[in-house]
Design a protein around this ligand. Structure first.
Ligand SMILES: Nc1ncnc2c1ncn2[C@@H]1O[C@H](COP(=O)(O)OP(=O)(O)O)[C@@H](O)[C@H]1O
Ligand SMILES: [Mg+2]
Length: 383
């Protein structure tokens, strides 16, 4: 089976994606798959010839994304995916983090092309990327979260003083300000006073038109769980991140040796069970597929808060997602094999959906081959 591995991409997590893709491709090869590397440059150019990973890693073609620029300036993007120049593949493994990859955009493209792909679909990817919408859904499910307030950039620009007043009335410092759609802690700040809050909102608003302010959990422990599956997901044992900085910011995430991963997290059995059960609940709430890493904050008083759900978590050899599975009895090659199987399963499941109501009543329940649906559309237009 040929697996097309998509990596790079137009987000600030371009380099992380290259590192993740290296690990994923090695593991796929070990699992016996043929891999077809497909790179996306920071400008959005698709590279399918030569050695796309080497070309992007060397930055030779074209220049790499600036580290803190979350999204490259738009403009005209040379966009030639999925045409006859695309190599033939059976499944796509999109190893893309952040906007234009983890947010449902690439997933939509793959749906349009009718290709099976690893991981979450359009809805789960888009919602998982959006910290405000995902909080709304988790809240509706009764999943515990920190107190927060969502804000639109326009509101902030129009009445900053009132907004600062309102936040100071409703919250106590420390607070966190973050853009709704981003990752790798880009644009995330911890603030202790009004001045810092104003600066943090200004910064978050530079990255997104929607931002949020959250109550900070002092001395929080960061607990993460890996989830794997489609309709019957399973959870790994929980792990813990001990950030090298005051919080798990960009440097703490990506500078070697700054942060520590504790696997398993040292938790009471009851607490570990609660974390896993909430992780599965969150996975189902967003209708996730394939994989997700669910991150929690554990307060000093033992209160557990869901922080966020990542639909394409870091996948390097040192990343929490694969390491938690390894410690739970699923080594990397087996993990990617399962992900490919889950992609095929989800694709087949989608194909079973009836597309139009014109299908004959006598047809077997799930029979909606391409020809059938065309036939159905025809009969509808006639009727
Ligand atoms: N409400 C909060 N209380 C305490 N720490 C927080 C809070 N929100 C975020 N953090 C810290 O900031 C980090 C990054 O925030 P997060 O929401 O996970 O953004 P990202 O999607 O960029 O990872 C977290 O891992 C944690 O260290
Ligand atoms: Mg995070």
């Amino acid at each position: 089976m040929k697996i097309g591995v998509l990596f790079g991409g137009r987000s600030g997590e371009h380099e992380v994606s290259l590192a993740s893709a290296t690990t994923v491709m090695d593991a796929l090869a070990q699992a016996g798959y043929q891999t077809v590397p497909i790179g996306i440059s920071p400008e959005g150019r698709w590279l399918t010839s030569g050695d796309p990973l080497a070309r992007l890693t060397s930055g030779e073609d074209p220049p790499a994304a600036s580290r803190d620029g979350a999204t490259q300036p738009t403009g005209i993007t040379p966009f030639v995916p999925l045409d006859e120049r695309m190599p033939a593949v059976d499944v796509i493994f999109p190893v893309l983090h952040g906007p234009f990859g983890e947010d449902g955009t690439v997933q939509g493209l793959l749906e349009m092309a009718g290709l099976p792909y690893v991981g979450d679909g359009v809805l789960a990817s888009a919602v998982g990327m959006d910290k405000i919408t995902s909080k709304t859904i988790f809240g509706a499910e009764g999943i515990p979260q920190v107190k927060y307030r969502a804000l639109i950039r326009r509101e902030w620009l129009q009445r900053p003083r009132e907004i600062l007043d309102e936040i100071e009335r409703d919250f106590v410092y420390p607070l966190f300000a973050k853009p709704a759609n981003l990752g790798s802690s880009v644009g995330v700040s911890k603030v202790r006073n009004r001045q810092e809050l104003a600066e943090a909102l200004e910064l978050a608003c530079a990255y997104d038109r929607r931002v949020l302010v959250e109550a900070g959990v002092e001395g929080a422990r960061e607990i993460e769980v890996s989830v794997l599956g489609n309709d019957e997901p399973i959870a790994s044992i929980p792990g813990e991140i001990v950030p090298g900085n005051e919080f798990y910011d960009y440097e703490a995430k990506y500078q070697d040796g700054r942060s520590q991963l504790l696997i398993p997290a040292v938790l009471e059995a009851e607490q570990a069970a609660a974390v896993c059960s909430l992780a599965l609940q969150a996975f189902r709430a967003l209708d996730c597929a394939g994989l997700a890493r669910v991150d929690f904050l554990l307060g000093q008083d033992g209160t557990l808060y869901l922080n966020e759900l990542n639909t394409m978590p870091g996948f390097t050899r040192h990343s929490m997602y694969p390491k938690l599975w390894e410690a739970s009895g699923i080594p990397l090659p087996e993990l990617v094999r399962r992900l490919v199987e889950l992609a095929l399963e989800r694709h087949a499941d989608r194909q079973r959906n009836r597309i139009s109501r014109g299908c004959s009543e006598n047809r077997t329940r799930m029979e909606t081959e391409r020809t059938d649906s065309h036939g159905a559309v025809l009969s509808l237009s006639k009727g």
